[in-house]
Design a binder for this molecule. Structure first.
Ligand code: EPU
Length: 428
């Protein structure tokens, strides 16, 4: 087992380079299965969620060659399996994308439902509704979701909830279906546009990605391409929030400022100065944060995946803030951990009332999910004393080189092997 040990209370200063977007990578990599020739994918984040996707693709029969830390060549020509087992899906939030990609490629798929973070029920009814509208028969056998079709046909699909996953999965299945598919009430996140751009660069015909109506005219063939994944909006937002919480001055490099608009707006409300450049933003904070209210919503609203991080900033703010979760049923499990550090937060259903305190105090805490873990890092960095963050494998799912990146900004953070690890290493 590993944990992070943070000796906090220092303001962050310097430059951090943001990696490729996790939630784009976990969609684009399975999408490679739709190609008839090899693809080169650049700017892939080196995180465990991506490693697990690549291992699953290898097990399906794809040939994967690492070109460098962030670039792989994937040859899907010999993929002959359509099964993603429970073991392969474990620890992978995005296993369901193999359903869409394998249905699109082979018209059949048998995939274990996703593992990974736990913040409430994570249904896939809208994905299934989409596949069925395209003509697939979906069944549940032995804990696996099975999809089968003789042929997929374009159709009109109205999503009852704005779902990133359902929008992506329907795009994957529909891109080689016969005829026109229309997704209404589609999600508009930057990674949806990135997936559409990738598929179009292989020869797909997708229009409207980034709006709430996406039209997909099916094509017979998709050809390999070279494609670079967009920067990670949430990783960028996390470093921005850390700069604000620690009263720092940080250049967040290799970002798309347009994708950060809602985060920039809210951090400005807390009193931060934020300068926007073509591919970078600078965050300067010279004061204690001010209170502000935040409601998470699908893009272009404030992202739910930044909710724990901004709540941590507000836990240190002057005054009382209200944070409302508008996407997930339950995403406040991290609050108990922040409370251990002295935060004053009352949760009532989907709302948290945060009364800012002057300072937190270091404590042993857990990363109860990926973004909750990011919040613990921010809290630890902003707090004098020692904070130990356990269960950090959840943070490694989504943040590349997190220790190296924070250390380069002047933070005192170490990855430490716990006695259990030493025991395991001794026995190995
Ligand atoms: N929903 C349904 N039915 C469905 C699908 C979703 O009711 O069939 C509901 C969910 O319960 C939720 C809402 O719709 O209340 C939105 O869920 P969505 O499908 O958009 O979420 P997702 O695709 O499972 C992705 C990200 C999450 C992020 C959400 C919302 C990936 C791999 N995951 O999940 O990211 O929170 O969109 O933006 O893209 C993270 O990175 O930490 C993370 C959890």
């Amino acid at each position: 087992m590993e944990k992070f040990v943070i000796s906090g209370g220092k303001s962050l200063n310097g430059t951090v380079r943001i990696s490729g977007a996790k939630n784009a990578a976990v969609a684009i990599l399975p999408a490679v299965l739709l190609a008839d020739s090899p693809c080169i994918i650049e700017n892939i984040p080196n995180i465990s969620d991506v490693t697990n996707i690549l291992l699953a693709m290898k097990a399906l029969g794809a040939n994967i060659r690492t070109i460098n830390k962030s670039t792989v060549e994937i040859d899907p020509r010999h993929v002959n399996s359509f099964v993603v087992s429970k073991q392969m899906a474990e620890g992978m939030r995005a296993s369901s994308y193999f359903l869409g990609a394998l249905l699109g490629r082979m018209k059949k798929a048998r995939v274990a439902p996703p593992g990974g973070c736990n913040f409430g029920v994570r249904p896939i009814d809208q994905h299934i509704k989409g596949f069925e509208a395209l003509g697939a028969k979906i069944t549940f056998e032995g804990g696996l979701v099975e999809g089968y079709a003789d042929e997929l046909y374009g159709s009109s699909i109205y999503l009852d909830v704005v779902s990133v996953g359902a929008t992506i999965n329907i795009m994957l299945a529909a891109v080689k279906a016969k005829g026109l598919t229309v997704i209404e009430n589609a999600a508009r996140e930057p990674h949806i546009v990135d997936l559409a751009n990738f598929l179009n660069s292989m020869g797909a015909n997708i229009m409207g990605a980034g709006t709430n109506i996406i039209k997909i005219r099916g094509v017979d063939t998709l050809l390999g391409t070279t494609y670079s994944i967009i920067p990670d909006q949430i990783e960028a937002g996390t470093y921005m929030a850390a700069a604000v919480a620690t009263g720092g001055n940080v250049l967040i490099d290799n970002v798309t400022p347009k994708h950060l608009e809602s985060i920039i707006a809210k951090l400005r409300e807390t009193g931060a100065e934020i300068l926007e450049y073509d591919e970078a933003v600078r965050v300067i904070m010279n004061r204690r944060p001010k209170k502000c209210n935040v409601k998470t919503m699908p893009h272009p609203g404030f992202p739910t995946d930044m909710q724990p991080q901004i709540a941590t900033v507000l836990a240190l703010a002057e005054g009382t803030s209200i944070v409302t979760e508008g996407v997930w049923d339950s995403r406040f499990r991290y609050v108990d951990q922040l409370t251990l550090m002295g935060a004053d937060i009352q949760v009532d259903g989907k709302m948290a009332v945060i009364t800012g305190v002057q300072s937190l105090s270091g404590a042993p805490v857990k990363a109860v999910d990926l973004r909750a873990g990011a919040a613990m890092l921010i809290a630890g960095l902003a707090t004098k004393g020692i904070t130990e963050v356990e269960e950090i494998e959840r943070i490694d799912r989504g943040y590349e080189d997190v220790v190296e990146k924070f250390s380069a900004l002047g933070a005192d953070i170490k990855r430490v092997y716990t006695p259990e690890t030493n025991e395991i290493l001794k026995q190995a």
